[in-house]
Ligand binder design. Structure first.
Ligand code: UDP
Length: 507
């Protein structure tokens, strides 16, 4: 990548402010983005968020950058926020501590950060004699665009998800096509509907939409109005950075560019393992790897539903039964099912088949990891053959960057669209079931697992081959050798060049 001395500015004059959404899957890519910018220019970067999220960021930052002086210019600013004032539980300013219905409440409560953010920008302006160079804000926090405008500075949107899923998510919220698809579909009761922004022959499925969205009946609905207003404001920014890969998400990027008419820099994958949570997790970490070391190459299934989602109790039972029936070896990150405290104790006797834990332990068939697993370490282990995932975008990229095919079990947000893309565009995924309300049988679980785990023939073999091809594309996108740069490196260079005020770098 470009060295800092390729720039001919007094770089310490630059100040960039970043405002991430308050979820783990957003905070870490923001931190990564900040370090990538700093590798190119020595601007000061301030990441602003609520106190709890700033604590997470500092912990993570210190864990990775303690000895790296290049990153001394990343600063953190707390924006005052009291969850209780917004009807949120304690520590409710991070989605990991919230139920699905509260996540929207948190997004709406983020509006209260507008004033503190404006005060922060005023303070920077006063101290440094001019406002920051730009504000980079999360796609979900469109209101930041108003703050940037009020100071006459650039606003760049950072979309931490893929382009395909984001476009589908946005245009579904804008148009609610699943509600009024009778004009385009001959059978109005059909499960399928078209989505604006996608070719007419691309059919999406109502049954794959999570209830929260499926039940929104009109654009005037509070939920829809808020989300649409944030997306609309983000579409008024000066450009979008997407945490995706040009060669992998090509259709989505093409359609998204046509839709938003803004420059898009696809700079992904911006990722790194999340910090371990204390002693308990580092023990789990070692245990997972020791256990995987005993297994044959490409013989183990990894199961995890991300940092903030869980499945229903009946789905959990079907998943466990299906796993046993398939006789597949597995590592499963377990959390209490829907309706229980997701961060609480896991009650195996209540939520898993009788004697399940003992049987799988004695037969060395499965390992249950409570609460949190070292996902990147697991996925990059040679024994892993496939991943049952909710298809959160970070999980998708982590899996593909390790050449691991995905069994999709999307639950919320844009996950169903990501799963659709993995299946139809990339051929590296199948959808086992979708949404937390779906009824899934142990037989369905067994059949899909057996198909994907058999990587010597049929669909399992094709998925594995495609996943390995994508692994190569992803590696190449972030490669930098001599004068050859991958697409994500070039896009990052290009983005940095675009925000510089006058002279540019000699890249
Ligand atoms: N993750 C992890 N261990 C877990 C669960 C999640 O390391 O037990 C990490 C995972 O590697 C990914 C992130 O948490 O980086 C989850 O992000 P994603 O976008 O996949 O889903 P979200 O949690 O935002 O729904």
């Amino acid at each position: 990548m470009a060295k800092k001395d390729h720039y001919d500015h007094d770089h310490d004059d630059f100040h960039i402010v970043m405002v991430p959404f308050m979820a783990k899957g957003h905070l870490i890519p923001f931190l990564e983005l900040a370090t990538h910018i700093q590798q190119r220019i020595s601007s000061k970067i301030t990441i602003a968020s609520t106190p709890l999220n700033i604590q997470h960021l500092i912990k993570h930052h210190n864990q990775y950058h303690n000895h790296n002086h290049n990153h001394n210019h990343i600063h953190f600013a707390e924006l005052p926020f009291n969850p209780a004032q917004h009807g949120l539980p304690p520590n409710g300013d991070n989605t990991a501590n919230l139920r699905l219905e509260h996540i929207q409440k948190l997004a709406q409560a983020s509006l209260s950060l507008e004033e503190p953010l404006s005060s922060l920008i005023s303070k920077i302006k006063e101290e440094e004699g001019h406002p920051p160079l730009c504000i980079i804000s999360d796609l979900f926090l469109g209101w930041v665009n108003n703050v940037a405008k009020s100071f006459g500075i650039k606003n760049i949107t950072f979309n931490t998800s893929g382009a395909y899923g984001t476009l589908a998510n946005m245009t579904v919220w804008f148009n609610l096509p699943h509600r009024n698809s009778s004009e385009s579909d001959s059978d109005s009761d059909s499960d399928e509907f078209s989505v604006p922004g996608f070719p007419e022959n691309y059919k999406f499925r109502r049954s794959h939409m999570y209830r929260y969205l499926r039940e929104v009946d009109a654009i005037s609905n509070d939920r829809a109005r808020f989300i649409v207003s944030q997306f609309s404001l983000s579409m008024k920014s000066d450009g979008w950075i997407c945490n995706t890969i040009e060669e992998v998400d090509s259709l989505g990027l093409d359609l998204l560019r046509k839709h938003i008419h803004l420059p898009i820099w696809s700079v992904g994958p911006l990722r790194r393992p999340l910090p371990l949570k204390g002693k308990e997790t580092s023990m789990a970490n070692e245990k997972c790897i020791e256990w995987l070391n005993l297994k044959d190459e490409r013989s183990v299934l990894y199961i995890c539903f991300g940092s903030q989602n869980t499945i229903s109790a009946s789905q959990m039972m079907a998943l466990a039964e299906g796993l046993e029936k398939s006789e597949t070896s597995f590592i499963w990150v377990v959390r209490p099912p829907l309706g229980f405290d997701i961060n609480g104790e896991f009650n195996a006797h209540e939520w898993l088949p009788k004697g399940f834990e003992e049987r799988i332990k004695n037969a060395q068939k499965g390992l249950l990891v409570h609460q949190w697993g070292p996902q990147m370490k697991i996925l990059s282990h040679k024994s892993i053959a496939a991943f049952v995932s909710h298809c959160g975008w970070n999980s998708v990229m982590e899996s593909l960057s390790c050449g691991v095919p995905i069994i999709g079990w999307p639950l919320a947000a844009e996950q169903a669209y990501n799963a659709k893309m993995l299946d139809e565009e990339l051929g590296v995924g199948v959808i086992l079931t979708a949404t937390v309300e779906s009824v899934v049988s142990n037989e369905e679980v067994k059949n899909v697992i057996e198909m994907v785990m058999d990587q010597e023939r049929g669909k399992g073999m094709i998925m594995k081959k495609k996943a390995e091809e994508i692994e190569v594309l992803m590696r190449e996108a972030t490669m930098e050798k001599a004068k050859v740069k991958g697409s994500s490196i070039k896009a990052m260079d290009d983005f940095v060049r675009s925000i510089l005020p006058t002279k540019t770098m000699s890249m």
